[in-house]
Design a protein. Structure first.
Length: 276
């Protein structure tokens, strides 16, 4: 086992990443081949659905195996650099798509989540990074792993709502917005925990809970944007189109919070800026 872990480096990610993409894409193709007019209880539909679930599960297994083996290989959680966070996002994007497919049976969602994960997998393949075992003292906090992990988990589920919003702009299916609501609730729960754990981590490491750092500011903007969506849904305000556009805006804020702030001049001295 130790020898296998030593062999799993960032250079070997290409094989895991490509394998995961192929398996996930195959699952997406199989799911699309199921006709909407077929009975959900028909033998052919159930076989295709089972095949799609099996292939998607295999893709998740491959990505999870790489994360675990790479973690063991470098001797620290792979959460320090931008490339490492993209690794987690790719994994959780596939998971979010898989969850949505199993729960709501949207045939197209596996295709979209596969494309979303593939984008970040390809970026990681084309932009290799140097990884070592060192962690700066602030990152050795017990809050480090849960803070970054739940953020990536929330980002992936909220990213899936972005896909639903795009679909909702051109589809009249009523259950699309219901699915988006559930994913927003899940994503926001983890996003809120990520922000709170980040505050506790900041207090422990730097002596303050909040300092209006660009990353913190955009995290708050993102949180408030999704809260606006939740309040509008609860109050029954806004048309379907306006709600979908709001979710798209929220996702853009999320991208700014995650990596967009890295390119702001004011953020260059920020502890939140990852290695590019």
């Amino acid at each position: 086992m130790e020898m296998i872990c030593d062999m799993v480096t960032w250079d070997s990610f290409i094989w895991f990443g490509i394998s995961a993409v192929i398996l996930s894409a195959a699952g997406a193709v199989v799911s699309l081949s199921a006709n909407d007019h077929w009975s959900l209880s028909s033998l052919r539909y159930r076989r295709l659905r089972s095949a799609a679930v099996l292939l998607s599960s295999a893709a998740l297994f491959v990505m999870t195996a790489y994360v675990v083996l790479f973690w063991i290989s470098i001797g620290r959680p792979p959460l320090r650099t931008m490339g490492e966070t993209r690794l987690w996002y790719s994994l959780f994007a596939l998971l979010a798509g898989f969850f949505t497919y199993v729960r709501w049976r949207f045939r197209w969602i596996l295709s979209f989540s596969t494309v979303l994960a593939t984008v970040f997998i390809v970026i990681n393949i084309l932009r290799p990074e140097i990884h070592d075992q060192t962690l700066m003292p602030a990152l050795q906090s017990p809050w480090f792993i849960p803070h970054v992990t739940v953020y990536m988990f929330s980002y992936s589920f909220l990213g899936c709502t972005f896909l639903l919003a795009l679909y909702g702009l051109f589809s009249s299916k009523a259950d699309v917005m219901g699915a988006a609501d559930t994913l927003v609730y899940i994503g926001m729960a983890f996003l809120t925990f990520g922000m709170l754990s980040g505050c506790l981590w900041a207090k422990e490491a730097w002596g303050h809970y909040w300092k209006w750092d660009p990353k913190e500011t955009w995290a708050l903007v993102t949180w408030l944007s999704y809260m606006l969506y939740i309040h509008m849904r609860i109050l029954g305000a806004g048309s379907r189109k306006s709600l979908c556009l709001l979710l798209i805006f929220c996702f853009l804020c999320l991208q700014m919070c995650w990596w967009g702030v890295n390119y702001l001049p004011a953020a260059q001295e920020s502890i939140h800026v990852y290695n590019r």
